[in-house]
Design a protein around this ligand. Structure first.
Ligand SMILES: [Fe+2]
Ligand SMILES: [Fe+2]
Length: 372
C-alpha cells in the first residue's frame, strides 16, 4: 500500500489541513493518508484540547474521504515516545514501508533539530508542501537532499499562511472569522462541547466592558499577536492576553490630568496596563509592559512587546496603503518589521507636523543608535 503519514497536533484540525491531505493524496498518487495526532509533541508546547477531542475533530473533518484514516500510534507508544522516527517504525510494522512523510515547508527548515533525522530519512521519503510566504522551500529541500542524500518530493498547495494557533485564538475570542477556516462539523463540535474556553472568563469580562468595535480590534490583535508569537517561539498565552487586553481602558473615563506631559491619545496605554493588572488580575510584568508601551514603543523592548506593538497596527482589520508590505516584513523578521512600523509612525507624525510623544522620539533615537 502506498501511503503517506501526516502528523500534527490538530488543535484543532482546520480546512488547510484538509487541503493538504487532499493534495498529497492526489498529487503523490497515494492509496491512503494516515493521520497521526500528536500525543505529546516534542517540538511544540502546550496542547489546548484532550487527545480524544482532537481525535474526534479529525474524524469529523475526514469523514468524506475513505482514503484518509487516523492512527493513534502516538497514544499507544505513550507519553515519552512521541518521536517521529519511533512513530514511523510502528506504522511500518502495521502497514509496511511508508511512501512519504508529509511535512510543511516551515517545519522543513528545522528538520535537522528533529530527533534522529537521518533515521527518519532511511525509513521514508519526505513530501513537502508549500505555504504562502515561504518561497524558499525548494532551496531548503535541496539543502536537506545534499546533507542527507535523500528523496524529497514537493507538492503544490495554495495554502493560506494561517496556523492552528491563530484559528484557536479566533475560537477563544469567539470572532466569526473562525468559520472561514473550520469544517462546519468541527465548528459545531467545538461549539457543542464548549472547547477552547480556557480564557473565557477574561474574554467575557472584556466584552462586557468595551464597545463591540473595540472588542473586535482587541480580538484581532490577540489573533495577530499569537501569529507572530508562534513564528518567533514566544509564549502563546502571554501573546494572546497582551493582545487581547492592550486597549482595555481605551474607552474609560480616566483622569488625564494625572498625565500632564503625555499626549491624550497616548494615556490609554498606561491606563490599560493598570486595568489589566487591577481589574483583569494580570500579574505578569512582561505582559503588563507590552500593554504599557503598545502605542509609543520604548527603548530596549522585549520580543513580546514588539509583537503587541506590531499586532495592534497590523491586525486583519487595519487597512492602509502599505499594511500588507509591513505584514510580510513582520512575518519574516520581527525586529525589522518593528523598526519599519515604528519609523513609518514617526514619519507620519512628523510629515503632518502633529504633536510627537516624548517616548516615541526616545524610542526612535534609541533604536537608531542601537547597532543590534
Ligand atoms: Fe491602543
Ligand atoms: Fe489598539
Amino acid at each position: 500500500m502506498k501511503y503517506g503519514i501526516f502528523g500534527g497536533s490538530f488543535d484543532p484540525m482546520h480546512l488547510e489541513h484538509i487541503k493538504i491531505i487532499q493534495n498529497a493524496y492526489k498529487q503523490l498518487g497515494l492509496d491512503k493518508v494516515i493521520i497521526v495526532p500528536s500525543f505529546n509533541p516534542p517540538h511544540k508546547s502546550k496542547l489546548y484540547e484532550s487527545f480524544d477531542n482532537r481525535l474526534e475533530m479529525i474524524n469529523l473533518g475526514i469523514m468524506d474521504y475513505s482514503w484518509a484514516i487516523i492512527d493513534n500510534v502516538e497514544e499507544r507508544l505513550g507519553l515519552n515516545n512521541s518521536y517521529t522516527y519511533l512513530v514511523i517504525e510502528e506504522l511500518t510494522k502495521k502497514y509496511g514501508r511508508p511512501y512519504a512523510l508529509i511535512v510543511g515547508g516551515d517545519s522543513l527548515a528545522n528538520f535537522h533539530e528533529w530527533k534522529n533525522p537521518e533515521i527518519i530519512l532511511k525509513q521514508t521519503n519526505l513530501a513537502v508542501f508549500s505555504r504562502k510566504g515561504y518561497p524558499d522551500i525548494l532551496e531548503t529541500a535541496q539543502k536537506i537532499k545534499n546533507s542527507y542524500g535523500c528523496n524529497i518530493y514537493t507538492f503544490d498547495n495554495d495554502l493560506e499562511d494561517i496556523s492552528s494557533s491563530e484559528i484557536r485564538a479566533m475560537i477563544m475570542t469567539g470572532i466569526s472569522r473562525k468559520e472561514l477556516f473550520l469544517h462546519e462539523k468541527i465548528s459545531k463540535y467545538i461549539e457543542d462541547k464548549g472547547l477552547y474556553k480556557c480564557f473565557d472568563y477574561i474574554v467575557k469580562k472584556l466584552k462586557d466592558s468595551i464597545s463591540e468595535r473595540l472588542f473586535l480590534h482587541s480580538a484581532e490583535t490577540a489573533v495577530y499577536a499569537v501569529r507572530l508569537a508562534s513564528k518567533n517561539n514566544i509564549n502563546y498565552e502571554k501573546a494572546f492576553l497582551s493582545g487581547l487586553l492592550h486597549d482595555c481602558a481605551k474607552e474609560d473615563n480616566y483622569d488625564a490630568s494625572l498625565y500632564p506631559n503625555i499626549l491624550p491619545q497616548i494615556v490609554h496605554q498606561y491606563e490599560s496596563a493598570k486595568k489589566a493588572k487591577n481589574y483583569f488580575g494580570i500579574m505578569d510584568d512582561e505582559i503588563l509592559n507590552s500593554i504599557k508601551y503598545h502605542t509609543t514603543g520604548a527603548p530596549n523592548m522585549s520580543d513580546l512587546s514588539k509583537i503587541v506593538f506590531l499586532a495592534d497596527k497590523l491586525e486583519s482589520r487595519r487597512q492602509y496603503s502599505n499594511v500588507s508590505t509591513c505584514r510580510d516584513l513582520a512575518d519574516r523578521d520581527l525586529h525589522q518589521g518593528f523598526l519599519t512600523v515604528l519609523t513609518n509612525g514617526y514619519n507620519y507624525t512628523k510629515n503632518r507636523s502633529l504633536d510627537m510623544d516624548k517616548l516615541t522620539l526616545e524610542t526612535i533615537l534609541w533604536y537608531n543608535n542601537c547597532k543590534d
